[in-house]
Write a protein that binds this ligand. Sequence first.
Ligand SMILES: CC(C)(COP(=O)(O)OP(=O)(O)OC[C@H]1O[C@@H](n2cnc3c(N)ncnc32)[C@H](O)[C@@H]1OP(=O)(O)O)[C@@H](O)C(=O)NCCC(=O)NCCS
Length: 153
Amino acid sequence: MEQTLPLRQKVLWPDLSLAQLMLPEDSNGIHLGAFIPQQREHVAVISLFIEPLPIDNKSHHCLDNVSPASNDADLQIQPGVMVRFRKFACEPDYQGYGIGTRLLRYALSIARDELHGSILWCDARVTAVDWYTRRGMSVTGRSFYKGPVEYVA
Ligand SMILES: CC(C)(COP(=O)(O)OP(=O)(O)OC[C@H]1O[C@@H](n2cnc3c(N)ncnc32)[C@H](O)[C@@H]1OP(=O)(O)O)[C@@H](O)C(=O)NCCC(=O)NCCS
């Protein structure tokens, strides 16, 4: 898990310390990294947690927000628990080469095959929503802020 922290910081929350980027639930998560030849360090990270999709629509933090489309066989996951992904980030120099797509697909396969997940969801930065929707996911709620960063719920 500790290995994910520098990319979380560099790509997602540069103003926070590494310690601040540790989640209380990290010790229960599955942390995945993408590696490329000739590069010892991972270039992208994503973390998976078994966590129900909040349904209390009185709080827009609880209407999180991205779920897999049912018409893409690769993205389908079987009935079971709900899996949340967090801290998805790709090294800026390596963005746009398909690494994030492949890592997310791998994360989906872990959520489906190992965690027996029925839904994969996340809080999505508004800046990443189009990226997710192009991959068959959908927005189900309203926007909200985490600090200065706008998300959709
Ligand atoms: C979101 C993020 C993780 C995606 O990772 P990525 O590696 O850049 O994503 P990809 O390369 O798979 O996709 C980016 C684009 O490259 C294109 N692409 C895919 N394979 C490619 C290839 N082999 N060569 C060139 N371009 C390619 C894709 O078509 C995609 O474009 P599209 O979205 O218009 O379809 C990354 O951009 C990132 O870290 N962003 C900042 C942090 C962030 O917003 N995280 C999500 C928080 S909710």
